[in-house]
Design a protein around this ligand. Structure first.
Ligand code: GLN
Length: 305
């Protein structure tokens, strides 16, 4: 029987004893204020056993991890029609790249890069009467409480500086793959990215992907196992932008990162795990977070491979 408290404490000690290079995201000014040396982890098994270490209870900006939740909602709304608007291939380009959109006529390569998530937000805007309220409600249902909220400062900060995303939404609109007003789509997209959550809260919400579509608080089936299979496959192949191959190689779990320094990942049928450390590597993924997850799956031999 593994002693997971000890394993997580050892990982915390190891990652904190190396001087990991990297920088906190600064293109969203509000994120530049975060203490770069934070580190937290929460490991939650499907049977409810939970193990935490470090700053596991502190909330941080989930940023692109939101892309997994908005995709889940879009699949709930329109099922396989999502794939008429967004492809399912890794991009091999940075998360905020526009280059492939030109060749692929405004169809983003996958839902986990900015262009893809913006199209997913457009779908939700068309389908839902109150997209922001419905998104927050979806998160509260997954969490079993209404504690998760958006961070207005982060939202405004990104909205005032998100020029690349503005360019992207307009570019996609020129190919007619955005149906609403680009500014409305972006307003919703920035909102989805600006939620604050802790490692414990994220790992709990990611039980959806560990439990084949069951919502952890009450066991309701939110998505079909086959739909979760696809989301998990996309997390493995596209969850870390142009570092998805490296993440699969080093860690071996489906997961999703965000520029707030969070990473959430799952071993389907067994556990969810969320880590947070704000310093990012050059691909925009948490440097210590990746290191910690690599240590975890190497030591426990718990990866999908
Ligand atoms: N809100 C961020 C952006 O659009 C999300 C990017 C990320 O976390 N990789 O740039």
């Amino acid at each position: 029987m593994e002693d997971y408290n000890r394993i997580l404490d050892d990982i915390l000690h190891t990652v904190n004893s190396v001087d990991t290079p990297g920088n906190v995201a600064s293109y969203i000014p509000e994120l530049a204020k975060i203490d770069p040396f934070k580190f937290g982890v929460s490991l939650q098994f499907v049977n409810g056993e939970t193990y935490n270490a470090g700053d596991y209870d502190e909330r941080f900006s989930i940023q692109s991890i939101s892309k997994v939740f908005t995709l889940s909602m879009a699949i709930q709304c329109i099922g396989d029609k999502v794939w008429d608007r967004v492809d399912v291939e890794p991009s091999g380009d940075p998360f905020n790249s526009l280059v492939q959109l030109e060749h692929e006529e405004g169809i983003p390569r996958n839902p986990f890069i900015n262009s893809g998530a913006i199209v997913i937000c457009d779908i939700l805007l068309s389908e839902l009467e109150n997209p922001k309220d419905d998104y927050l409600q979806f998160m509260h249902d997954l969490q079993g409480s209404d504690k998760i909220q958006y961070n207005e400062e982060v939202f405004k900060s990104e909205k005032s500086m998100g020029y690349r995303n503005v360019a992207m939404a307009n570019f996609i609109k020129s190919f007619k793959n955005i149906h609403n007003k680009p500014e409305d789509v972006l307003d919703f997209y920035f909102y989805t990215c600006s939620l604050d959550m802790s490692c414990v809260e994220l790992a709990w919400c990611f039980q959806l992907f560990a439990q084949h579509g069951k919502c952890a608080p009450d066991g309701t089936l939110f998505l079909e196992p086959n739909q979760i299979k696809r989301i998990n496959a996309l997390m493995l192949t596209c969850g870390f932008y142009d570092e998805s191959g490296e993440f699969a190689f080093r860690v071996g779990l489906p997961g999703k990162s965000g520029v707030g320094g969070g990473i959430a990942a799952v071993l389907p049928g067994e556990f969810s795990i969320a880590v947070w450390s704000p310093k990012l590597n050059e691909k925009g993924n948490s440097a210590k977070g990746m290191h910690a997850l690599e240590l975890f799956t190497t030591h426990t031999e718990k990866s999908i491979f």
